[in-house]
Design a protein around this ligand. Structure first.
Ligand code: JDN
Length: 259
């Protein structure tokens, strides 16, 4: 996969030289190219922003410099273009999986109040362009959001993760009981500072371990992400799940209790 990133702060992407993504780059699985937007300015001050039409706070990134940068980076190619912004569509595991199947992605990092909207309009006529949000908070620019997306996408690429199973087994990977978060995990020693590992995990009883893990996942999901529990299809809950959710005083519609 080829990844191009255009930003006024290329130094933000130093983390892509290390760990999982760094290794994938060394092996040639990932071809990451980071570009300085200011290289496409023509004035002595390397200006990339201007005041917003209609007034208001902050500055907006000028379209001309973005146009020249993107034209040169893509040439005759047609990458998918991703623009991080708090007003974008949510970045989810499902979108990460979709993007991991693309041969070429171009990330355009805005700063200030964002990029003149005509840039997205222009490239939408030639490329698939998505404005994407990584969550309901406001960053100072798109760079950190791109790091998040590149890590989430990169670890899904064939051969990037050591254990291919860990990528399909994640919380939030769509399918079956995957709309629950994971429960707690433990390793040796069996007692640490007086805290014991739950006995069932040492029992060697695989059926009981699986049941316990599902219970803990349900408990933790109800506590931390009640909206995910509310969205569970009751058909995917067994008798034991329903009993546990009742004990936790989560209300299941009476018509779904029969199953
Ligand atoms: O939160 B963000 O994804 C974010 C992106 C941009 C921004 C502020 C926040 N300014 C320009 C892009």
């Amino acid at each position: 996969m080829r990844l191009d990133i255009i930003s006024i702060f290329p130094e933000y992407f130093a983390p892509l030289d290390v760990s999982l993504i760094g290794k994938a780059r060394e092996r040639g699985t990932l071809d990451v190219r980071v570009h300085q937007l200011r290289d496409w300015t023509h004035d002595v001050h390397k200006t990339v922003d201007d005041t917003p039409y209609g007034g208001g706070p902050g500055m907006v990134m000028k379209p001309e410099v973005w146009g020249e940068a993107i034209d040169e980076v893509i040439g005759d190619g047609t990458p998918r273009m991703i623009v991080p912004t708090p007003s974008g569509r949510p970045f989810t595991q499902e979108l990460a999986q979709e993007l991991a199947g693309e041969p070429w992605l171009l990330f355009a990092c805005g700063r200030y109040e964002g990029i003149d909207s005509r840039v997205m309009a222009e490239y939408s006529t030639r490329l698939r362009v998505d404005e994407v949000s990584i969550g309901d908070y406001v960053l100072a620019g798109g760079e950190v959001a791109v790091l998040v997306m590149v890590e989430a996408i990169g670890r899904l690429l064939p051969g990037v993760l050591g254990n291919a199973q860990s990528a399909v087994d994640d919380s939030f990977a769509p399918g079956s009981m995957r709309n629950l978060v994971e429960g707690p995990v433990y390793t040796k020693p069996p007692v640490w500072r007086g805290h014991e590992v739950p006995a069932v995990l040492l029992s060697g009883h695989h059926g009981k371990v699986a049941r316990w893990r599902r219970d803990e996942a349900l408990r933790r999901t109800l506590r931390n992400r009640p909206e995910l529990v509310a969205a569970i299809d009751p058909e995917t809950l067994d008798k034991h799940d329903k009993k546990l959710l009742e004990e936790l005083s989560f209300r299941i519609a009476p018509e779904d209790m029969a199953n």
